[in-house]
Design a binder for this molecule. Structure first.
Ligand code: ADP
Length: 187
């Protein structure tokens, strides 16, 4: 299964993506995690990405696309994956289509975790305290949500037009959201 998990920051994508990957036996490819690993390991990519991430801006498409392209070439991703946090722009959608076409494969499903945006602000503020993420201050959170609304939310209509979208109500206990997710990926 080749899946994209979408939803605003704080929708629970990371949590649900991990569970879904174990369920499906495919790798979890989170662009946020990949950037954070690179920042921690002081790579050139990490140095490029850090300023954007701390400010709540998108890392430029060409940098992000190249990172995802490399990751999708690794052997564990050949038979499937769950993409979390990518694509976030229409340019990234086109880049992903190209990457998959080069391998002669297609996306199976795009799942949108549907949440109220005010709910996610409070979740993110709590996470800021728990995880000490420098991009989880209230101003930066609001900026990331605005970027989501402007740049990423349009991808939902795009994938719906292609017949690839499944929406999941992502409000509620983690286990209930998980069950809805498993039901959506059942063939
Ligand atoms: P969240 O979804 O909670 O905002 P992520 O861990 O997915 O957090 O991403 C953290 C940051 O990494 C984003 O705010 C952005 O700066 C950067 N980032 C992640 N994915 C992308 C992407 N596809 N394109 C551009 N920047 C990205």
């Amino acid at each position: 299964m080749r899946l994209v998990l979408m939803g605003p920051p704080g929708a629970g994508k990371g949590t649900q993506a991990k569970v879904l990957c174990e369920h499906l036996g495919v790798p979890h490819i989170s662009t946020g995690d990949l950037f954070r690993e690179n920042i921690r390991d002081l790579t050139d990519l990490g140095r490029t990405a850090q300023g954007y991430i701390d400010a709540g801006e998108f890392v430029p498409d060409e940098v992000t696309n190249a990172m995802v392209r490399d990751r999708l070439k690794r052997p564990d991703a050949v038979n499937g994956f769950v993409l979390d946090g990518f694509p976030r722009t229409l340019t990234q959608v086109a880049a992903l289509d190209d990457m998959l076409a080069e391998s002669g494969v297609v996306l199976d499903l795009v799942i949108e975790l549907e949440v109220d945006l005010e709910v996610v602000v409070s979740r993110l503020l709590l996470r800021a305290i728990a995880e000490h993420r420098p991009d989880d201050t209230e101003a930066v959170i609001r900026h990331r949500l605005a970027l989501y609304t402007d740049q990423t939310a349009p991808l939902i209509a795009h994938y719906a037009n292609r017949g690839l979208l499944a929406g999941i109500d992502a409000i509620g206990p983690v286990d209930e959201v998980r069950d809805r997710l498993f039901a959506a990926v059942r063939p």
